[in-house]
Design a protein around this ligand. Structure first.
Ligand SMILES: [Zn+2]
Length: 144
């Protein structure tokens, strides 16, 4: 009984760990994608700054404002995703930790002992017999 229950908990823990890994991996993919877009935005800024400086002979950075805003948004998204990763890890770790602490408690529970057979003694010869099982005395054959 307790062994079965602790196996169930171990299986639940494995499920939680798998779920946690899947969620964190998915978030990490999102993060990698945002970082990649952010790099592209910086390349865009560099090219436009170069063009402004060399071809348009201008130091006006106003036309770059939209790209700056895109990068600000990427930074906000990244911060939110990183926080979500921390939240998910903490939530799952708390649940896994709680279940792991249950296992030794469950294994420590004593197995219920089978009820001891009730012994009686033959009124004729005094030989012991099991109440409710033996119909005749094994010693003298008397009906019990
Ligand atoms: Zn007897």
């Amino acid at each position: 009984m307790s062994t079965f229950d602790s196996n169930k908990i171990k299986s639940d823990i494995a499920d939680l760990k798998n779920k946690k890994s899947t969620l964190l991996l998915s978030l990490q993919n999102d993060i990698d994608e945002i970082i990649s877009k952010k790099k592209a935005s910086f390349v865009n800024i560099g090219e436009r700054a170069y063009t402004l400086s060399r071809k348009e002979k201008s130091d006006n950075l106003a036309s770059l404002e939209a790209v700056f805003e895109t990068i600000d948004k990427h930074n906000d998204d990244l911060a939110a995703k990183e926080q979500k990763k921390l939240d998910i890890a903490a939530r799952y770790d708390e649940e896994i930790d709680m279940l792991e602490k249950l296992i030794p408690l469950m294994l420590a529970q004593p197995e219920p002992e089978p009820p001891a057979p009730t012994q009686a003694f033959c009124s004729s010869c005094g030989k012991s017999y099991v109440l409710g099982e033996d119909l005749f005395c094994m010693g003298c054959g008397a009906k019990l």
